[in-house]
Write a protein that binds this ligand. Structure first.
Ligand code: CP
Length: 318
């Protein structure tokens, strides 16, 4: 792997916005090497031997938590999972005390998911371990952003001048905010579409083109990112009915045909089939949804490796 002067040693990864293009490239290039390791028969290297990582999840997760756990283990770290339902959080322990408790155990990194925007930044402010934001409310989900960028590159696309369509529940989506920031940083032309009730009032300030018809965002798109409708975050019904949503905004084969022939489809998962995405689109050749999951392990390996070693032990992964 080519050496880089850029370093993420000791850095908290709270969002992609605050990283430079060179830092983003470093993560993506390191993830290429990490993917080779996870494809080996014996997918274990000692790069993070002696390091301990705590996955602290205040919200449910399948992909992010499991892939951070595998990522740490593939690199030789000790990984412990804390889910709030079986922790002292149910006895009323506050975030500050929980963070300082895991710090006292000399962990090197805390991977943290929390329903409140800014929770990971708060943890980074009060604690010494590297904090990796695994999703904070509707704010940011940087490792999802990296895995989506990696998947786009892997599909043979680069960012400059590409038309990206982000569709659906933008209001509650940390994935949307993350990908808008990441893709604009890399020079893409980002379009969003969905019901106006699910669009942040200040969306234009993010430098995107806003459409009310998903067809207009899909027309000629290179990348189609379909967001999960986050029913658990909606305080009251923001669209008439699931059937109505699917009819007007759902991505089916007919709508997808408006995008470029070689367009790829992304979805962060879990999918609400028949709502924001049809069964056929979820399983079509253009859908890279399983690739996103696999690449999630590689980019999380890269993030742990770069923040905990600065990439200095690169020889151990060759
Ligand atoms: N994409 C994503 O964050 O999925 P999980 O909620 O399963 O981690």
């Amino acid at each position: 792997m080519a050496k880089s002067n850029v370093s993420l040693a000791g850095r908290d990864i709270l969002d992609i916005e605050s990283l430079s293009v060179e830092e983003v490239e470093l993560v993506l290039q390191t993830a290429v090497e990490m993917k080779k390791i996870m494809k080996r028969d014996i997918k274990k290297v000692p790069s993070l031997r002696g390091k301990s990582i705590i996955n602290l999840f205040y919200e449910p997760s399948t992909r992010t938590r499991t892939s951070f756990e595998l990522a740490g283990k593939y690199l030789g770290a000790d990984v412990v999972n804390i889910t709030t339902a079986s922790s002292s959080v149910v006895k009323g322990e506050c975030l500050r005390d929980t963070i300082l408790t895991v710090q006292a155990m000399e962990c090197d990194a805390v991977v943290m998911r929390h329903p409140i925007e800014g929770a990971a930044a708060y943890a980074a402010e009060i604690a010494d371990p590297v904090i990796i934001n695994a999703g904070d409310g509707a704010h940011a989900h940087p490792s999802q952003g990296f895995l989506d960028m990696f998947t786009i590159r892997e599909a043979g696309k680069d960012f400059k001048g590409l038309k990206m369509a982000i569709l659906g529940d933008v209001l509650y989506s940390r994935v949307a905010r993350t990908n808008i920031a990441a893709w604009k940083k890399m020079g893409a032309d980002v379009h969003v579409a969905g019901p106006m009730t699910l669009m942040p009032h200040d969306i234009e300030a993010l430098g995107v083109t806003v459409h009310t018809r998903v067809e207009d965002a899909l027309e000629g798109a290179d990348v189609v990112d379909i967001l999960r409708i986050q029913l658990e975050r909606q305080k009251s019904g923001l669209f008439p009915s699931p059937r109505e949503y699917a009819r007007i905004f759902g991505v089916n084969e007919k709508r997808l045909a408006l995008a470029k022939e070689d367009a790829i489809v992304l979805h962060p998962g879990p999918m609400n089939r028949g709502l924001e995405i049809s069964f056929e689109v979820g399983y079509c050749d253009q859908a890279k949804i399983r690739d996103e999951v696999q690449n999630g392990v590689a980019v999380r390996m890269a993030l742990l490796f770069l923040t905990l070693t600065g990439g200095k032990q690169i020889e151990t992964i060759d």
